[in-house]
Design a protein around this ligand. Structure first.
Ligand code: ADP
Ligand code: NG1
Ligand code: MG
Length: 493
């Protein structure tokens, strides 16, 4: 199916639905024993700190992106699934005009702020991610007199590892704030749009994938997420296979170092430079998808446009200004962001090529996965069992491998450890392996045949972690995962 066309078999779901409010812990923890224990401990922690029971708990999951890396902020669809790991908050409304935030991990310091103060967000302390979500709800939804809140936070999404702990925190904060203030509950899509915008208060210019899947995640379903507006569509995952996450244990915080925002700017400038060359309205062409739409070309044709309009060497700052006929001050104030003000050179060719090719891979992955599922269910066996033809799983794996190669060579968002972990995953039997999330550290996602899972895990344990990493750390760094549900609230009695 050509890119952008709706697959009629896959209905856009959840339109209009708000995050579920559960009445029992069992429903809220959705069969996850590990999370249930965490939530129990969190309630106790809240009682110890605040001398009463919390009014409610909120949770928002992290995610693993199966394919479609660094293309959401260029407007293109991505294919993530929510994971079991989440950020959870125990919350109690209070009569004082105070927000009292604490964390179950002592490394994250306590913080209090008056609800009457304006919500300034400076620096990347953990509680500023909370305030992103809080500010998004209070300001964007116009809450006049926000209630005081006592909040204890507990998260088990590994931080700065590409599984989106930051958005889990932002989304959970927004959900908790909306629920605590008793406003008409926004829908999942509305909350996702709101959080995609408000996480930018922290300083990164993300595209919206993480917040979308945190609210729109569905058990056993990966999602194709399209943007502007956010539109989710279920994607069937191949049967007889499993996705496995492995963590390099190298942390890469997106606010502390500029590389993430540099890539956003390079894509923006790439779109503008080509738009100017093609005599389009370049000032309003800030995303590569807008460029493609204006040119009316396919993704494949766009790779030709990249080759003919952008040279392979990096562009200097002066060259960009001269091509766009703007001053250096205009470049700074209108097109660069807080972290890229002094950047001297910009890779436009490689970045744009990655984006168009990766966007194409996402639709290919979606089409092959959905078709394989339909074919498998109507299979001659007639017993309703789902079995994926091996060639299909192999092709999906190849798309993941191509994605990693492109992230590594064209987008340059990999690192030595990620490349070496990908190599170990492949040699341990993965059908496909790729970095997931922003990269420069963090996690790899691999597609593995179910029957090969144990051999694969043993191969990666020995080949990557060896004896230097404790069993306990490895158990949290290397695990099979399946799609989990999106954000929810548990109203305690
Ligand atoms: P990720 O890929 O995990 O989203 P980011 O660099 O975007 O990585 O965000 C990581 C930041 O999110 C951490 O430095 C921390 O400030 C915040 N964070 C993540 N998990 C928690 C948690 N459990 N408690 C408090 N803050 C957290
Ligand atoms: P991580 O670094 O995994 O939180 C970031 C962006 C995503 C997306 C990916 C790369 C934010 C909140 N997240 O995810 O939007 O661009 O990198 O595909 O900015
Ligand atoms: Mg993040």
């Amino acid at each position: 199916m050509a890119e952008g066309k709706e697959n009629p078999a896959k209905k856009v779901r959840l339109q209009g639905a708000s995050p579920t409010v559960f009445q029992s812990m069992d429903d809220f923890s959705q069969g996850s024993k590990q999370n249930k224990q965490r939530y129990d401990r969190l309630v106790v922690k809240f009682e110890e700190r605040h001398g009463r029971k919390p009014d409610f708990l909120a949770r928002a999951p992290g995610r693993v992106n199966i394919i479609g890396e660094h293309i959401d902020y260029s407007g293109y669809a991505v294919l993530p699934m929510a994971v079991e790991q989440d950020v959870a908050m125990a919350c109690g409304r209070s009569d004082e005009n105070l927000l009292q935030l604490s964390n179950t991990l002592e490394t994250y310091s306590q913080h209090s702020r008056s609800t009457l103060e304006s919500t300034s967000i400076e620096g990347h302390e953990w509680y500023n991610y909370f305030f992103c979500g809080y500010k998004g709800v209070v300001y964007d939804l116009g809450v006049q007199e926000p209630v005081g809140m006592d909040v204890v936070v507990d998260g088990n999404v590994p931080p700065s590892a590409g599984l989106s702990s930051s958005s889990a925190l932002v989304c959970c904060a927004a959900l908790a704030t909306a629920y605590a203030n008793g406003i008409v509950m926004p829908t999942r899509q509305e909350l996702a749009e709101l959080c995609a915008k408000c996480e930018r208060y922290i300083g990164t210019e993300g595209g919206g994938m993480d917040q979308a899947i945190s609210f729109l995640g569905e058990r056993n379903k990966a999602m194709l997420i399209e943007f502007n507006p956010i539109r989710p569509a279920e994607v069937d995952l191949p049967c007889d296979t499993v996705f496995v996450i492995s963590n390099t244990l190298i942390q890469a915080n997106k606010v502390a170092f500029a590389s993430f925002n540099v890539r956003v700017v390079e894509c923006r400038l790439g779109a503008m430079v080509v738009a100017k060359t093609k005599s389009l309205d370049w000032k309003n062409t800030r995303k590569l998808l807008q460029l493609q739409t204006a040119l009316g070309l396919s993704l494949e044709q766009m790779t030709g446009v990249v080759s003919s309009c952008l040279h392979r060497e990096a562009y200097t700052r002066e060259e960009i200004c001269s091509h766009l006929e703007i001053t250096d001050d205009q470049l700074k104030s209108e097109y660069l962001n807080n972290m890229t003000q002094d950047l001297q050179s910009f890779e436009l060719h490689k970045r744009a090529l990655h984006v168009f090719e990766e966007a194409d891979r996402v639709y290919k992955f979606r089409d092959i996965a959905n078709k394989s599922h339909t074919d498998a269910l109507s299979d001659a066996t007639g017993n309703g069992e789902c079995t994926t033809v091996d060639a299909t799983a192999v092709r999906l794996g190849e798309l993941m491998d191509e994605s990693h190669a492109s992230c590594s060579k064209l987008y340059e968002c990999s690192c030595e450890e990620l490349d070496s972990l990908v190599a170990v995953c492949k040699s341990s039997g993965a059908l496909g392996s790729r970095l997931t999330g922003a990269g420069w550290g963090g996690c790899v996602v691999s597609l593995v045949r179910s029957r090969d899972l144990e051999t694969f895990l043993a191969g990666v344990r020995d080949g990557f972690y060896g004896d230097t990493v404790s069993e306990d750390v490895v158990s949290r760094a290397l695990f099979a995962t399946s799609p989990g549900p999106g954000a929810a609230v548990w109203q305690l009695q």
